[in-house]
Design a protein around this ligand. Structure first.
Ligand code: NAD
Ligand code: DAU
Length: 377
């Protein structure tokens, strides 16, 4: 079947994996990648597919309603996968306005453009989809009731060999929204707008909330690529607070596969949580990264441990995220494909083998952005 799919934020980390998957898997679809190319957007992420006949790139800002409306019309868009966003919590602490602008106003502008375009068509919303990609951070923070970790009651192929849960509660699709950072507040707001467009106008929307992603092409201000790069260059590894915060990690290609499945098979107006039951304390994941980088660089074991530097904690730092993704597994049969130990090995190798990609980004000034926020303690 021919389709015209608009993917926003396709030059970013997760978006580039989704664009690549769709361009390769669906030669009959026309994939329109719309991205403003902020500091986080990088067309080098898509070099391998940029010349494909079923792919078009458009540089545009989602906040620009007139442009969104025109693009809907010009490309006859019948499906939208919306990933474009400001995505880094630390930046949101420093510059919340940009997050409200892009994440809230940008999402609203895209919703309204889709609504106006689809309502001009004879079939209206039939066969259309507005799929909004959100985050587990909208649910707030869970308590660390088991700081040493207990055997997790749930498991998937993504779960680590050290299969821990650090509390008894998990985020469900029904968990009340309780965002704490300007980033998560802006994402929560955008989720509400998406659902409001379904409830008010009947727009066929879907929302998914995913846990922390890791893998190739992630901008190196985020924990995993930042630390791999810093170890390589023997720079300090800034651990916020005590390093005890817990995150639930999923390999980015497994997220992209979930997005593909949900876009095609998900039920309109539903929410699906996406995660692999793979909780890690920051300090433990940092130790795994150090060990893996040292081994692959031929350094003696423990060589880079001295780079660990405890710094000021992130303001409002959420303690624990843990996603319950059983609905997605049961209803749509999704399973992650990659166990964490293999995923992290693959990821570290990728960054070490793509130093040119990293150097192009590292030449920018993003590193100075956080200088005054995080001081050694
Ligand atoms: P990213 O920061 O790597 O990429 C964001 C992309 O959006 C960039 O290419 C950027 O240029 C583009 N963009 C930003 N503002 C724009 C604007 N005004 N108009 C058009 N394009 C714009 O982000 P990511 O980590 O790939 O996250 C993608 C989406 O997934 C976001 O919505 C994020 O909230 C969500 N998410 C991320 C994670 C994660 O772990 N990274 C987990 C769950 C959900
Ligand atoms: O949970 C999903 C979210 O995961 C996404 O919605 C966000 O877009 C994405 O950025 C990510 O948010 P986090 O804040 O969890 O990711 P980050 O990589 O910034 O940090 C992971 C953890 O590591 C967090 O507890 C803060 C800590 N950290 C981070 C950095 C960059 C450090 O200790 N030191 C650091 O230098």
């Amino acid at each position: 079947m021919k389709r015209n799919i608009l993917i926003t934020g396709g030059a970013g980390f997760i978006g580039s994996h989704v664009v690549r998957l769709f361009v390769n898997k669906y030669p009959d679809y026309h994939i329109v990648n719309l991205d403003k190319l902020t500091y986080a957007g990088n067309l080098a992420n898509l070099k391998d597919i940029e010349d494909r006949p079923n792919y078009t790139f458009i540089k545009a800002d989602i906040v620009d309603f007139e442009a969104m409306r025109r693009i809907m019309d010009e490309h006859g868009i019948d499906g939208i996968i919306h990933l474009a966003a400001e995505s880094h919590v630390d930046r949101s602490i420093k510059d919340p306005f940009t997050f409200a602008r892009t994440n809230v106003m940008g999402t609203l502008s895209l919703l309204q453009a889709a609504k106006e375009y689809w309502e001009t068509l004879p079939e209206k919303y039939d066969g259309k989809r507005f799929y909004h990609i959100s985050t587990d951070e909208v649910y707030g923070a869970l308590e660390l009731t088991n700081p040493e970790g207990i055997e997790s009651p749930f498991t998937t192929a993504a779960s680590s060999e050290h299969h821990h849960a650090y509390g008894t509660e998990f985020f469900l699709e029904t968990t009340k929204y309780n965002p704490h950072s300007p980033y998560s507040a802006s994402k929560a707001s955008s989720d509400h707008f998406v659902r409001a467009y379904h409830d008010t106008y009947g727009m066929p929307t879907i929302v998914t909330n995913c846990s922390n992603n890791y893998g190739p092409y992630q901008f190196p201000e985020k924990l995993i690529p930042l630390f791999i790069n810093n170890i390589r260059h023997r720079k300090p590894l800034p651990v916020y607070g005590k390093g005890e915060n817990v995150r639930d990690w999923l390999y980015v290609e497994d997220h992209a596969r979930a997005i593909d499945l949900i876009f095609h098979k998900g039920t309109i107006a539903e929410t699906y949580n996406i995660g692999g039951f793979n909780e890690w304390k920051n300090i433990d994941i940092i130790k795994v990264i150090i060990k893996t980088v040292d081994r692959l660089l031929g350094n003696p074991e423990g060589y880079s441990d001295e780079l660990i530097t405890y710094v000021t904690d992130r303001l409002g730092h959420d303690m624990r995220y843990a996603i319950d993704s059983r609905k997605l597994q049961k209803e749509l049969g999704w399973e992650p494909s990659l166990q964490f130990e293999e995923g992290i090995e693959r990821t570290v190798r990728w960054y070490l083998d793509h130093q040119d990609w990293m150097d192009n980004i590292s030449s920018g000034d993003y590193e100075r952005y956080y200088e005054e926020m995080y001081k050694e303690r």
